[in-house]
Design a protein. Structure first.
Length: 242
């Protein structure tokens, strides 16, 4: 996923259909889809049948519905993705709360959405997810080579492969956050893509992450949107590192 990993190297939470998706991909690669049919394939007895594939505007319960869907298609160079459920946000919010309540300086969170392209190879997947970062993670301006800092949030950066956004959340859902805010890191990784590395595409990476992050802060009831603007600020902080 190039330089951007949504979960920042920590354990990532995946919904119960992840293994089902892998099985389906393997079967299709082996040509067994003709035997199973082209409709939804149930992976467990009693599971409600769902479509195997959906567009960018429908994946993960419509997380990217509207103008975001076109951006996702552009940066991933994909238009059809494996169906994913809409519970990624709920699971991620619960994981972040649990991590905050633990009192640890950092904690794993979860993937709000995995973008698994139809016909993609292992490692092609994109994703967007959140975790709790440690204070020292934003004490300097180091970013991966080829990436650059933006001015939004506590810290933010973009690169060819995605974007990262650090912010703090004070919420009535989080006891003590008025004194010690929850530190949240969001990450968007577009997966394997040959889309151009231009300012337009870098900005789209950040726009996608920012839009989903506003949905997260709404679920958490973060005061003042976690300090994030309603419209993304796409201003580079310093010259691009080569």
């Amino acid at each position: 996923m190039d330089d951007y990993e949504a979960a920042d190297g920590v354990d990532r939470m995946r919904d119960g259909r992840s293994e089902c998706v892998r099985v389906r991909r393997s079967l299709m690669a082996a040509g067994l889809v003709l035997v199973l049919g082209t409709g939804g394939v149930a992976c467990a007895s009693g599971e409600e049948e769902r479509p195997d594939f959906v567009g960018a505007g429908e994946v993960c319960g419509g997380l990217f519905a509207g103008p975001l869907a076109e951006m996702v298609e552009k940066v991933t160079e994909e238009k059809v993705f494996f169906w994913r459920d809409a519970k990624g946000m709920e699971r991620t919010v619960a994981a972040l709360k649990e991590g905050y309540e633990s009192g640890r300086p950092w904690a794993s969170g979860g993937d709000v959405c995995e973008l698994v392209p139809k016909g993609g190879r292992l490692g092609d997947d994109g994703e967007i997810g959140y975790s709790i970062y440690a204070p020292q993670d934003v004490e300097d301006d180091r970013v991966p080579d080829g990436s650059e800092l933006y001015t939004m949030g506590v810290q933010s950066s973009v690169g060819r492969g995605g974007a990262a956004l650090y912010f703090e959340c004070v919420s009535p859902q989080l006891d003590g956050s008025d004194k010690t805010p929850m530190r949240i890191r969001g990450g968007f990784g577009r997966g394997h893509s040959d889309a151009p590395d231009t300012r337009e595409y870098r900005n789209m990476n950040m726009k996608i992450l920012h839009a989903v992050t506003l949905k997260l802060v709404k679920e958490l009831e973060c005061e003042n949107n976690g300090g994030l603007p309603k419209t993304p600020v796409l201003t580079p902080k310093q010259p691009l590192r080569q």
